[in-house]
Design a protein around this ligand. Sequence first.
Ligand code: ADP
Length: 407
Amino acid sequence: MTSPGQVWAHVGQPFQAAEFDVVVVGAGRMGAALALFLRRLAPHLSLLMVEEGGLPNEEGATILAPGLWTTLDLPRQAQWSQQDQWSEQAQWTREQLASAFGEMPFEPCPLIELYASPLPGHDHSPQGGQPSAAVPYESSAELAREFPVLRELANLDALPLARVDRQAALYRPASVALNAAQQAVRLGANLLLNTRARLKHAPGPQVMLERLTVTNTHQIVTHEVKVVRARHIVVAAGAGGPPLLEHGLGVHTQHGRAYQQYPRLNLPSPPGTPAVRVSGLTLRPQHGAFTLIPRLHHRDPHGYQPTGGHLTGVPTGLRREVLEDLVNLMDALPALAGPHLQVGRSLSDLPGAWVTLVRGDPQAPPVWETPAPGHHLLLGGPHADTLGLAVAHDLAQHLSQPLAPMP
Ligand code: ADP
């Protein structure tokens, strides 16, 4: 029976350790899941999780992530065998979400995607002999009998077709992160909170750990700096991961990030309300109303600072690109045109977070890679809700193979 690991929550608790088999930077859902899987697969490896904030960090992507598991979003691969592989990974992730994270709610909730006409190349009929991943089109008017909310939200004359993922489900990614980190600690992982990690050029993988504290004038300052050596460093720092590797090790990555905002639509969503999607905009039932998950078009340019936009001359917290999309959708989704849409007056009125984009592509699935010896980058991104756990597990399996001696 393994004894629980140590947790250092604040700088008053002395931290002396100098060496671990694996250091995981970032305890969002990707890093926390990796740590848990690694404790299960390789309990002999000493493990330290380092997190800049608390659990979960209010600034990370995990706390705001939609928590919508669906196979409608699986990456479309030219080869169907690859597509099947993603389907398997999605199903595995679903089973984990439904059972492996304690009392976390995991609620089946169909996702209905409405269309004006079939997508080019996606004319999948039920009889067409298409691969299993293809979802057939249905009549949206028929579906509205089962889900009357469709008529309240959308103009079904303009959107006569629908595809439904009846297996889709809602959950809270922040609960996954918290539960995974707690389980990992119970199984022997160590956890250093309020600590910013930086990577260091050295003869072997090393991290500089800045233990942070808050002054009585509310400034965050570094209390002390510690250096630890590791055989393997996993950077699971969300959108902050690629810059960490670039600054610390000078390696180039092709990844990008985008600032994602989540406005509210204050229309009622009683139990049984499906999630609805039109042109990439998803309406997710949450807390009795809807959270909007806007389409991510592309990476934000290097140095982009999030700023609000203007709607008919009035400043909004919602960024311009998203406002334009919502305005363009108002005919198809008249619900957006009323007073129920919360666009905020300034940026701070709207929940938002940086989402990592693998190779800068919003469609790309989560990934892990080894950009420098002993340094692994684990990225979740927009599809982490459906595939993240499987990819974290894959990296844990890789790391649990016999490790090379300490460099
Ligand atoms: P993911 O979905 O990949 O888990 P998140 O953004 O939710 O992405 O999580 C990344 C976590 O990594 C956040 O909790 C953030 O505080 C943490 N983090 C980012 N940079 C650092 C760093 N330099 N040192 C320690 N933790 C970091």
